[in-house]
Design a protein around this ligand. Structure first.
Ligand code: MSP
Length: 651
């Protein structure tokens, strides 16, 4: 999908108000928000729509069960969605409700238009209806002659007068659309499912109901007041009524949608009914319909009865909104199902975000603070580091198509390559060595390279992690907007000279041992945290066993020795400065002089216990301990087998 159109209209499904938001809803919304933010950043005139789907039997019954009027109930739940998206800083341009007067008028106008075209006729519907899915099913599709093939719930037999939409008349046109537009349904493999379904034959669709009341009435000139519109006809129309269809067409120039983001369960409605309705209305078809997979919880389907529904707000509060956004988008290939587990989330935060991204920022802050008084100047980067720059630019060039082909996990994967280039460059060129050898210009260029890589990455990561990337750009003294996107990522420019601002670490390490408890939202019983549980010490055959969480209480990291000297008057001690990827190197006093000279240790890598309480040895503070093995033949250091970035955790 190319970025050539001037306008971009991006939508989420509108959410049913029979339940409050869970991570599945948050997922769709966060993806759409990411695409909308990216579109705006690249200068497209973007319109991002979300909202709530409030009509239908399911909502009417949910309100009744709670003893509330349907409108009050819909108002209340709709507000919970809107508030959540506001708290999540979702950048929607309009929040539509299907109970909005203007929407309802638009639906009636659409009905009249399709009717005048001869695509709607009146008959009697006889068949099975699943209230939960708000879908009619022919008998042949039912499980055991009764149960819904989608959700497994019991269906009800409906026999009532109904208006029908001539869906069958659109079979060939739909098939032609699928065939002629390769990316109309993403991921592409989902398109085959749709094609197979349509090739199996389409029946006309019952689009009105008479057995309940909570819906959009037919246009008054139809003089048929007992009918209300089928909830999916009503709901799908939101994508155009939000733009003023049926009123003033004020924003209809955003149509057709660049992408409708949906879950795989509602693909059929979007990929079959919706384009058929649009064809009947004489409107262009959406450019893309992108269907994502489902989230499960610790391997199980989320459901109210199991009490394992994950509340997105609790996750965001516990682990940070941007971290949660990154996790959802990085963890699962778009279209595939994903499992929500806190362990996986913590791993992503500690590893991708903490080690790769956060650490790099700490390193550049440390480097410029220590050697250049906070100054960063990229003027000589191309003179010394062209290869690194080429690698970075080649990754950046691959990004945009990945995003709009909905390969968002690959987008993030590719975006991490420049971070690896940057971290490796520090390890390879060692600013401390450059400074020692008087190569100040080259060290400054390294500083400029790292800062510019961070800037480019933060621009491209901004749509996924807006708050974090704004912090990074503040530290690097630039603003993320269309101008910086153009300069840094399209024109391959580097940062102009600036003075770096120190900021607090962005991703403090989360130890699994203090795994945060995300409560299932629909019951009050607090689940035992599966991983955080303290294992009792057990003694078996003389071995004292500890739980894995106790092991993780020790922070072990790879360090690089950047200075080494003897402790005067001591036979045993060396005084080392060890880079652990933090702002400042750690001073470590090590009792290894009998086996290693200061020279032996310089520029080698070691394994460090990084969270030992500091201690004083012969008047010197020691801020860590080196791992070593000692037997009758002497002592040897434990080192990584291959060079690793300073600060890489061990475990
Ligand atoms: N109201 C309809 C959509 C009408 S759009 C014209 C609807 N609403 S819904 O609230 O049930 O679902 C909204 C979206 O949430 C769907 O895209 C659905 O796929 C998604 N999810 C609901 N549960 C989910 C998970 N467990 N995981 C991922 N997404 C899921 O359908």
């Amino acid at each position: 999908m190319s970025n050539s159109c001037k306008k971009a209209y991006i939508t989420t499904p509108i959410y049913y108000v029979n339940d409050i938001a869970h991570i599945g809803h948050a997922y769709t919304t966060i993806i759409a928000d990411t695409l909308a933010r990216y579109s705006r950043m690249t200068g497209l005139d973007t319109f991002f729509l979300t909202g709530t789907d409030e009509h239908g039997q399911k909502i009417e019954e949910a309100a009744k069960k709670r003893g509330e009027s349907t409108q009050d109930y819909a108002d209340k739940i709709s507000a919970t969605f809107k508030n959540l998206w506001d708290e999540f800083d979702i950048s929607y341009d309009k929040f539509i409700r299907t109970t909005d007067e203007e929407h309802m008028k638009g639906v009636q106008k659409a009905f009249s238009t399709m009717y005048s075209k001869g695509d709607i006729y009146k008959d009697t519907y006889k068949g099975h209806y699943c209230i939960s899915c708000e879908t009619f099913f022919p008998e042949i599709q039912l499980v055991d002659g009764e149960f819904c093939p989608e959700c497994g719930k019991s269906t009800t037999i409906v026999e009532e007068e109904s208006y029908f939409f001539k869906l069958s008349a659109y079979e060939d046109k739909l098939l032609a659309w699928y065939n002629d537009t390769p990316d109309c349904i993403l991921p592409r493999n989902k398109k085959n499912e749709v094609i197979r379904f349509v090739e199996g034959g389409l029946q006309d669709l019952s689009i009105t109901r008479t057995s309940f009341d909570w819906g959009v009435k037919l246009p008054s000139d139809m003089n048929d007041p007992k009918h209300v519109m089928y909830v999916w006809l009503d709901a799908l129309m939101n994508y155009i009524t939000a733009l003023g269809y049926g009123k003033d067409d004020a924003n209809m120039d955003y149509w057709p949608a660049r992408v409708h983001l949906i879950g795989k369960d509602i693909l059929r409605f979007h990929a079959i009914y919706w384009p058929a309705f649009l064809m009947s209305l004489g409107l262009p078809l959406p450019k893309h319909i992108a269907a994502h997979g489902w989230w499960t919880r610790d391997g199980e389907k989320m459901s109210k009865s199991k009490g394992n529904v994950v509340n997105p707000k609790e996750v965001a509060d516990a682990y940070g909104l941007d971290n949660f956004r990154y996790f959802m988008l990085r963890e699962v290939p778009f279209g595939g199902d994903g499992d929500f587990s806190q362990k996986a989330l913590i791993d992503r935060i500690n590893s991708d975000l903490g080690n790769d991204l956060g650490n790099l920022l700490n390193r550049v802050i440390g480097m410029s603070g220590k050697y250049f008084d906070g100054e960063v100047d990229s003027s000589n980067v191309t003179k010394y580091y062209q290869n690194e720059l080429d690698e970075v630019e080649s990754s950046l060039a691959k990004l945009e198509p990945l995003l709009f082909e909905m390969q968002i996990h690959r987008y993030l994967e590719e975006l991490w390559r420049p971070l690896t280039v940057a971290n490796k460059a520090i390890d390879k060129y060692q600013p401390w060595t450059l400074m020692k050898e008087g190569e100040e210009e080259k060290a400054m260029a390294l500083n400029g390279l790292i800062a510019s890589i961070l800037a480019k990455v933060s621009v491209m990561l901004y749509p996924v992690m807006p708050k974090v990337c704004t912090k990074i750009s503040n530290a690097l003294c630039f603003k993320i907007d269309n101008d910086s996107w153009n300069r840094l990522t399209q024109n391959k420019e580097l940062l102009s000279p600036f003075n770096l601002k120190k900021i607090d670490p962005l991703f403090p390490r989360i130890e699994e041992a203090i795994l945060k408890q995300i409560e299932p939202e629909h019951n009050n019983k607090i689940e035992e945290p599966k991983i955080a549980k303290k294992t009792e010490l057990k003694e078996i055959e003389g071995i004292t066993y500890i739980g894995i969480e106790q092991f993780f209480e020790t922070s072990l990291k790879v360090g690089t020795v950047i200075q080494a000297e003897e402790v005067p008057k001591s036979k045993k001690l060396l005084l080392l400065q060890v880079d652990l990827g933090e702002d400042e190197p750690r001073q470590i006093v090590a009792g290894i002089k009998e086996w290693y000279s200061a020279e032996d240790m310089l520029n080698t890598q070691v394994c460090v216990v990084a969270n030992l309480k500091p201690a004083k040895l012969m008047g010197h503070i020691s801020q860590g301990m080196l791992l070593a093995a000692k037997d009758e033949d002497g002592l040897c250091m434990i080192r990584p087998e291959k060079p690793k970035t300073a600060g890489t955790p061990i475990g």
